[in-house]
Design a protein around this ligand. Structure first.
Ligand SMILES: *Cc1c(COP(=O)(O)O)cnc(C)c1O
Length: 522
């Protein structure tokens, strides 16, 4: 057996050996894990629940007679089940996660510690305001940071994700237009936009009109200006855009939009490229959501909660949704209803039942305070530097449609370097899983063919980025040399290989039914 210089065995074994099926069905540390409902059995429980003496239940015929149908497992079985499942996932705590547009940065542990302080973690949204003054002050401080960083005079805190923030911004714009006695049905959206933009505009009752891109990856400002008219309510634009490029004509576009009586909604998902360097308010933005879970390091993915506060210009601020937060000199207070509105406030309604994602607010403010203003600027600069390093290091072997650079915080490649190899963007991305990496964003933005959008974020060390570049370089060189075995049917080493994603989307099976009791889960 060969050893490396630290004396660890390096021989991987022969192919036949590694493919020998195991008796258990598990593969080393990769466990074949059934659903918790399949694991559980009736009569087993992880806690002791005292017998309840049920006398008269008033339930009559509604009283349950059969088993409740919940899985019964001991505590160690439950712990193992979820630990095993967690190991099947790529995670930012397990490795570089270059998913473009998603800003998968490190979630500092300090954030978690702060969010668990009982004064933040154990509060209830219906508690009297006098008992949660600290929490309200934290929200107010976070609002101040967001307004200063964006150069905007108001912010709505309740939206619970980026897309929810887009809806908040669109509803504020609609209210502002109605207040002027106008109806403007059209929203201009660039063809490079994230899918949530046109979906949100449509959901808010507008029609969507697409603005083309120029060959160098920017929004075609001339085409945009030509489309402006008295029926246009707003543009929705991302800056830096989804090609990872700053829009150089943004101020000019904002001026033209305002001159036409329309508003400028900016998708702020890419704020991590410019936070601390550029204030969107200075660019003429009227509304912008900020994904706290992207730019400000609160966790996301896997269904975790996000938060999408929306900063508003002076023109839109009066239409901000309830609740508003005020300080009367001695106490913080939520304004929850129309009877107690401050002068000039015309809220369009509300976005959710309570006040937003408190846990995310604590994490985001912790991140801001631990970095300081200079640290936030440094993080943006490092994120941009990492992306440019990747672009410059790979553009000779992978094709970069806007490779003359510089890019902002993400590097965009297309699939022309794979032409004639039989390897597709999908194959290339799936082969990255075998190399221990989460794939980059694929086939988005739509303006380039077979897009691969890589966002390393500032969290990665140079060593980590170098290793990533090395792996992608070798993969690209192999594909181009006709060595395509590792791409066909990849991933080979993941718990599951290629799923039929179309069937999963078209014929989803959303409910588990026990085999022996087909009626029980109904
Ligand atoms: C992530 C993202 C969104 C949507 O944000 P969510 O928080 O996922 O709802 C919108 N636009 C762009 C460009 C994004 O990257």
């Amino acid at each position: 057996m060969t050893m490396n210089n630290q004396g660890r065995p390096t021989a991987p074994g022969t192919v036949e050996e590694s493919e020998l099926p195991t008796i258990s069905g598990d593969r080393g540390l990769d466990h074949e894990e059934p659903l918790i409902f399949e694991l559980g059995r009736s009569g087993m429980t992880g806690v002791d629940i005292p017998e309840v003496q049920v006398s008269d239940t008033h339930l009559g015929g509604l009283r349950r007679r059969g088993p409740i149908g919940l899985p019964g497992l001991s505590e160690p079985e439950v712990v193992r089940h979820y630990v095993r499942l967690s190991r099947m996932n790529c995670a930012i705590d397990a490795g570089l996660y270059p998913l473009g547009s998603c800003t998968m940065k490190h979630n500092p542990r300090l954030n978690e510690k702060m969010a668990r302080l009982p004064g933040f973690g154990d509060t209830h949204p219906l508690q009297p305001e006098q008992t949660v003054q600290g929490a309200l002050q934290l929200i107010s401080d976070l609002m101040r940071w967001l307004m200063v960083l964006t150069g905007m005079p108001a912010v709505a805190m309740s939206p619970k994700a980026g897309a929810h923030g887009e809806l908040c911004g669109m509803l504020a714009i609609r209210a502002a237009i109605h207040a002027r006695g106008e109806t403007r049905p059209r929203i201009l959206v660039p063809e490079s936009a994230h899918g949530t933009n046109p979906a949100t505009a449509a959901m808010a009752g507008f029609t969507v009109d697409e603005v083309p891109a120029t060959p160098d990856g920017h929004v075609d400002a001339d085409a945009l200006e030509a489309k402006l008219g008295p029926d246009v309510a707003a543009i929705m634009l991302t800056n830096p855009n989804t090609c990872g490029l700053f829009e150089p004509r943004i101020k000019e576009m904002a001026d033209a939009v305002h001159k036409a009586g329309a508003y400028f909604y900016c998708d702020g998902a890419n704020f991590n490229a410019i936070a601390g360097r550029v204030r969107p308010g200075d660019l003429g933005v009227d509304a912008m959501h900020i994904n706290l879970h992207k730019t400000f390091s609160t966790p996301h993915g896997g269904g975790g909660p996000g938060a999408g506060p929306v900063v508003l210009s002076a023109a839109l601020a009066p239409f901000a949704p309830l609740p508003l937060i005020t300080h009367d000199g001695s106490e913080f207070r939520f304004i929850e209803d129309r009877e107690t509105l401050p002068h000039g406030a015309k809220p369009f309604g509300r976005m959710c039942a309570f006040h937003g994602q408190m846990g995310m607010f604590v994490r985001a403010l912790t991140y801001m305070l631990s970095h300081g203003a200079d640290g936030i600027r440094q993080a943006s600069e490092d994120a941009v530097l990492s992306a440019n390093y990747i672009l410059a290091s790979l553009k000779d072997v992978m094709s970069a449609p806007f490779g003359e650079g510089p890019c902002m915080h993400e590097a965009l490649f297309d699939d022309s370097f794979l032409e004639g190899t039989g390897v597709t963007t999908l194959d290339f991305a799936k082969a990255m899983i075998d190399e221990g990496y989460h794939p980059m964003t694929m086939y988005f933005p739509l303006v380039v063919h077979g897009a691969m959008l890589i966002e390393p974020t500032e969290s990665e060390s140079k060593e980590s980025v170098d290793r990533f570049i090395h792996v992608l370089r070798e993969m690209a060189l192999e594909a181009k040399a006709g060595k395509t075995t590792r791409f066909a049917g990849a991933p080979r080493l993941a718990p599951r290989r290629r799923l039929d994603e179309t069937a999963a989307a078209r014929k989803p099976i959303l409910r588990w039914k026990p085999k022996e009791l087909p009626q029980a889960a109904e």
